[in-house]
Design a binder for this molecule. Structure first.
Ligand code: BTN
Length: 243
């Protein structure tokens, strides 16, 4: 996929901006909105996304995947793996905290917000929002456990160089999602944060200890509970407790 970057100094949210563009005009697949600053960066659910002016990558990419709704999780997979490989390019070992947070050791370095538009049984448009902490070192107190590339490697990075590597990875891995034997699903499972390690989880009605076994193609997380039972959870039904 070819891509073209529109760089804007300040806007509310790159996801909202790109969606608005798509409503008003015919926008090409591969259009990237990169913002120096977001006044209302959106996170998962009701969360916000913090990024100080010019410090990090906050961007949204337009895809027209035309994959079946049932295969929606392949989008989270290819985007997560693209960030992992981008970090690896710069010498950083990341892991994917289900469903699509990117962690380095026990800290979050990137978040993904995928917003799909569906017609019939197909995903016709995906606005993939990515926030990657690059040069920020002083995060506000209210952010639980942030980390950036600069904090890990003790040097600053040129945002455009990181963006190029990330976009090359996204363009390349995107091609895999339509292939029948999509190899990215196995790679996603290999990169899972705390896989096969016992940890605490919080579901709607209990806090429990369990071990992540895998993530299914549907995106459900399979956890083996202490009584040996393997239980599947959809996004939002269980959350790992980071201690
Ligand atoms: C999360 O981890 O909660 C998801 C964070 C996603 C943040 C990015 S920053 C660029 C894009 N525009 C937004 O408003 N949000 C996403």
């Amino acid at each position: 996929m070819n891509y073209q970057v529109i760089n804007l100094e300040s806007l509310d949210s790159t996801n909202s901006y790109l969606q608005k563009l798509c409503r008003e005009d015919t926008i090409e697949e591969g259009t990237v909105i990169l913002a120096g600053y977001q006044s209302n960066g959106k996170g998962q659910g009701t969360n916000t996304w913090h990024s100080s002016q010019g410090m990090n990558i906050t961007m949204s990419v337009l895809f027209r995947p035309m994959v079946k709704v049932l295969g929606h999780f392949s989008l989270s997979e290819f985007i997560s793996l693209s960030i992992i490989d981008c970090l690896k390019h710069f010498g950083i070992n990341g892991a994917i905290k289900w469903p699509n947070d990117i962690y380095v050791e026990n800290k979050k370095i990137a978040g993904i917000l995928v917003e799909n538009s569906i017609i019939g049984d197909k995903i016709v448009q995906t606005v993939a929002g990515i926030g990657l902490n690059v040069n920020e070192r002083d995060f506000p107190e209210y952010i639980p456990n942030p980390v950036s590339m600069a904090m890990i490697l003790q040097r600053n990075f040129e945002i455009y160089k990181v963006l190029d590597v990330l976009m090359d990875n996204l363009s390349c891995k995107y091609e895999f999602i339509k292939q029948p034997g999509n190899i990215l699903h196995g790679q996603y499972n290999e990169k899972l944060f705390r896989r096969e390690i016992q940890c605490s989880f919080q579901s709607e009605n209990e806090k429990f200890l369990g071990t992540i076994l895998k993530v299914k193609k549907s995106g459900e997380l399979v956890i083996r509970k202490q009584n040996g039972e393997a239980c599947s959870y959809m996004h939002g039904e269980a959350k790992m407790v980071i201690d």
